[in-house]
Design a protein around this ligand. Structure first.
Ligand SMILES: *Cc1c(COP(=O)(O)O)cnc(C)c1O
Length: 381
């Protein structure tokens, strides 16, 4: 291992302002769940998304997805359509509710859920008299999915959309911000997301009734302001003030983080023009503006001249540079192998041939130089 500082995959970038604001939350003793810092974060998110819909700041993106499914009325045995190319947190809440995920392959323009495979799945569900209860869309790596086609299908069959925008804060589709397309939309603010609150998530509900129900369930379904009556089995999902202070401060710097992400993306795009045998993942659609959360390459053939994703990962690791494989598609996960799947092998091929490269906004020019030399050395450019 080289004796140089580690370049992480997507390390959080913490500014002096962030530290000062978290310190303020501690000084004012608003560190635990709820309180003014949480309200402020919710209001700032609302302003950023320019929405009148209620936004709940929660303790994780996973909690937000769980609440969305719960409030959407998902019950044991219900069918839920879900993109297979995603992090496991997208699907686990389906399992918490003992509902049945139906996994759908990706298409090759955005690497997100394929509209044709989706419609095929819906038609099969209808044949057996089981209209799916919800559709979970994901904007993988920050690249928005084909919103237009997908919302048309969902509306046609009246299936509510849960938009997992965990990776897509700051991405746009047709000049509209991701996180504003679903009946429910979800963000994550965990450590590797573009904006971190340490840990955290947000849920946006399009209907006020849903939002009220979600708020109620997120704080143990307490029905009296002063007293311990609980009218349902609720959850402890509200965001703590400490995390909210960090989130608020980070949100103030979101535009500069987006500029950095854009710069890093341009750096890789230029670099991979010179490197043969790998494709830099990007979309050609002009409707889409990615936040470039993660930069991903794909080997055109597995093992070209003994070059493989595994080989590159290990080589970068030897230079103290972190890269990471893509998520193993959910339908191939041991925990989900008995579930239905629609599509071909787009997600599977991407998983086998892909690698995520360091994309943290805190990387310096020297870090990018080190990455460039390492990649050029490995590919012998
Ligand atoms: C990060 C992430 C989540 C989960 O968020 P947590 O805050 O870590 O619970 C869900 N879905 C996707 C697509 C993610 O990338």
């Amino acid at each position: 291992m080289e004796n140089l500082p580690r370049i992480g995959l997507a390390l959080p970038e913490i500014s002096p302002d962030d530290i000062a604001y978290v310190t303020r939350a501690m000084t004012e003793n608003w560190i635990t769940t709820g309180g003014p810092f949480v309200n402020e974060f919710e209001n700032d998110l609302k302003a950023y998304l320019d929405t009148s819909n209620d936004i709940l700041a929660l303790n994780s993106g996973t909690s937000a997805l769980h609440l969305a499914l719960t409030v959407a009325g998902v019950k044991e045995g219900d069918f839920i359509l879900c993109q297979t190319m995603s992090y496991v947190a997208t699907a686990n809440p389906i399992q918490y509710l003992k509902a049945k995920p139906i996994f759908i392959d990706s298409e090759t323009d955005t690497y997100n859920i394929c509209p044709e495979a989706l419609e095929e799945a819906i038609l099969d569900c209808i044949k057996i008299g089981q209209m799916p209860k919800a559709l979970i869309l994901v904007h993988s790596f920050g690249i928005p999915c084909k919103i237009n086609e997908l919302t048309t299908i969902a509306r046609n069959y009246e299936i509510p959309i849960i938009e997992d925008a965990a990776e897509a804060l700051g991405s746009y589709y047709d000049d509209q911000k991701c996180g504003s397309f679903g009946d429910f939309s979800v963000f994550s603010f965990n450590g590797n997301k573009i904006l971190t609150a340490g840990s955290g998530g947000a849920l946006i509900c399009r209907s006020d009734g849903d939002a009220q129900r979600a708020r109620h369930l997120a704080s143990q379904a307490k029905s009296l302001a002063f007293g311990f009556e609980h009218d349902a089995v609720g959850y402890n999902y509200v965001m703590p003030g400490l995390n909210a202070a960090l989130g608020t401060s980070q949100l103030g710097n979101l535009e500069s983080k987006l500029v950095s992400k854009n710069k890093i993306n341009a750096f890789y795009k230029e670099l991979f023009k010179e490197i043969e045998g790998v494709t830099f993942i990007e979309t050609s659609s002009t409707r889409i503006k990615s936040n470039h959360w993660l930069n991903v390459i794909c080997f055109d053939n597995l093992c070209v001249n003994h070059k493989t994703p595994q080989g590159l990962l290990e080589y970068l690791y030897s230079k103290n540079i972190e890269s990471r494989f893509l998520w193993k598609p959910l339908h191939l996960q041991h925990i989900y192998t008995n579930q239905s799947y629609y599509g071909a092998t787009v997600a599977e091929d991407l998983w086998k041939s892909g690698l995520c490269l360091p994309s943290g906004t805190g990387m310096s020019d020297e870090d990018l130089d080190r990455i460039e030399s390492a990649l050029k050395d490995y590919f012998k450019v």
